[in-house]
Design a protein. Structure first.
Length: 161
């Protein structure tokens, strides 16, 4: 096997970026569907923490609420912008829709969540387009190298005197 054929694994990058585009699209659509069609509940904050590590800051909130007599407890990871919206809250209004891609949407952070998913989707889409276009040049390079290797074959012919 020619070593240049391993460059075909380059296509895993655009495939992964396409997966991210689809996933972020589903997050956006699920959050929008839950916000518009879900039921409104008031959740109790049981734990809240913000982690600040060098260049990364995020947090989480543990919430508890009741749906039809059933207590639902969830830990939701939050970006620092979302965490700032919820810092002083003991009770958080939310929308809940069972079996949705995004079951829970917090009212105070909905706009941030929506814009973040759209931003992530657009960045992944741009990355997908750029890596796909570059992939065609990689394919041309591979084909050129593989065809040059095949041309180097030659036959030795013995001529007797």
């Amino acid at each position: 096997m020619n070593k240049y054929r391993l460059l075909y694994f380059y296509w895993l990058i655009p495939v992964y970026l396409l997966f991210l585009v689809v996933q972020q699209g589903m997050v956006h659509k699920g959050a929008q569907d839950t916000y518009e069609n879900g039921e409104t509940y008031l959740a109790e904050v049981t734990d809240f923490e913000i982690k600040q590590i060098a260049a990364q800051s995020n947090g989480y909130v543990n919430i508890r609420f009741e749906v039809d007599g059933e207590t639902i407890e969830r830990r939701m990871t939050l970006s620092i912008q979302m965490a700032q919206e919820l810092m002083e809250s003991n009770m958080i209004p939310l929308r809940y829709k069972k079996d949705s891609f995004q079951e829970i949407v917090l009212y105070p952070t909905y706009e941030i969540q929506r814009s973040t998913s759209l931003f992530n989707l657009s960045v992944a889409f741009i990355g997908f387009v750029v890596t796909s276009v570059f992939g065609f040049f990689v394919n041309r390079y591979i084909r050129r190298k593989v065809s040059n290797v095949n041309e180097d074959k030659f036959e030795i012919e013995r001529i007797d005197q």
